[in-house]
Design a binder for this molecule. Structure first.
Ligand code: TTP
Ligand code: MG
Length: 355
């Protein structure tokens, strides 16, 4: 049986901000931008969550829900620094660390660098060492697969530690709302609700064949996961599938010239990032978000990989001209590349030549 640990920092960006400015402690802190900006909430303190403020919500809405909230901008440098420190702690115990985001990672400690058979002992040490290194709390789940470890880390937030064993897993899985299962997003959850599946217990009643008929290959995953079976491995390095840059405008734009200039800037930023990572890509993608938040993405595939600024801009511009409904204002523009060639030895040379 594997030993998996999932670590998730508590109210991460907000906790870092409070550490830097302790007078914010106990207050409704909202991180992401000013109340009248067009930004969205990145995260907020638990006090602000009581008012219904959530990640991803427009700041203006957060302000209506919680007018006493204190709004601060993101300080990504600080978050990255804390993130590097927690990863350093993880690597004291295992090299099998899969970071999911700056504040979250899976660890496989089945065999580990301190030869400790009890994963709860490792989990406690990790919590303490993260506190010492960052003065921040985290929540940790310990189990025998990734899904259950993640459920465990959510169970007693903040500063939680939970273990899910083969013995207590069925009870926890049966009581779990369907939307909490891995791979079940809002669309699948809504479909399941219509089929009368509201909890793990409901899901458990369905046969593998019926689930596959309704949900394709994921149906089999759902069948297994509600039985505590999740074979996904902890992968310590994953190739990025795409790379992109996007920008939300301060004011919606409907002028082609202005859009093209913005696109040019985005491509420039993208190419610098690609250069830093030594990446080329074959498929160029353009993302348009209209003022009503409707999202349109279009892509074009090339015969050869590229990191060339002019080539990327030329294709992205064409995608913009061909797909923009000119009667509508644009709120956000994004450009990216997928079908990547990683570590391509020619990219650097080509990049310099073409720029
Ligand atoms: P989460 O772990 O989802 O949230 P959290 O750490 O703030 O709170 P919790 O205690 O519930 O774990 O995300 C980690 C950080 O990622 C979060 O602090 C801010 C950032 N983030 C965004 O910028 N936008 C988002 O929509 C989400 C969900 C997170
Ligand atoms: Mg978190």
């Amino acid at each position: 049986m594997r030993k998996i640990i999932h670590v998730d920092m508590d109210a991460f960006y907000a906790a870092v901000e409070i550490r830097e400015n302790p007078s914010l402690k106990g207050k409704c802190l909202i991180v992401g931008g000013s109340p009248n900006s067009r930004g969205v909430v990145s995260t907020c303190s638990y006090e602000a969550r009581k008012f219904g403020v959530r990640s991803g919500m427009p700041c203006s809405q957060a302000w209506r829900l919680c007018p006493q909230g204190i709004f601060v901008n993101c300080n990504f440098g600080l978050y990255r620094e804390a993130s590097a420190k927690i990863r350093e702690v993880f690597h004291r115990y295992t090299s099998l660390v899969e970071p999911v985001s700056l504040d979250e990672a899976y660890l496989d400690v089945t065999t580990n660098l301190i030869d400790e058979p009890d994963s709860m002992v490792i989990a406690r040490r990790i919590k303490q060492e993260i506190m010492e290194a960052t003065q921040l709390t985290c929540s940790v789940g310990v189990s025998f697969n990734k899904f259950l470890a993640k459920i465990g880390s959510e169970m007693q937030k903040p500063d939680g530690l939970s273990q899910i064993t083969p013995e207590n897993a069925p009870e926890i899985l049966f009581a779990l709302p369907i939307g909490k299962f891995h791979g079940i997003g809002s669309v699948t959850a809504a479909k399941m609700q219509k089929m009368g599946i509201h909890t793990g217990a409901d899901l458990h009643k369905w046969s593998a064949t019926d689930l596959v008929n309704h949900f394709g290959k994921m149906g089999l995953f759902f069948y297994n996961v509600v039985r505590g079976i999740d074979e996904r491995e902890v992968i310590s390095y994953r190739d990025p599938k795409s790379i992109s840059c996007e920008h939300t405008f301060n004011e919606d734009i409907s002028d082609m010239k202005e859009l093209v200039q913005n696109l040019k800037d985005l491509v420039e930023r993208l190419v610098i990032r690609m250069h830093n990572k030594n990446i080329q890509g074959k498929s160029i993608m353009l993302k348009i978000k209209y003022d009503n938040f409707e999202l349109v993405t279009r892509s074009v595939s090339l015969t050869q990989s590229t990191a060339d600024q002019k080539t990327i801009f030329k294709h992205a511009q064409r995608l913009l001209v061909e797909n923009w409904d000119e009667s509508r204002k644009i709120r956000l523009l994004g450009v990216g590349l997928s079908r990547l060639d990683l570590d391509s030895s020619t990219s650097e040379e080509q990049l310099f030549l073409d720029i």
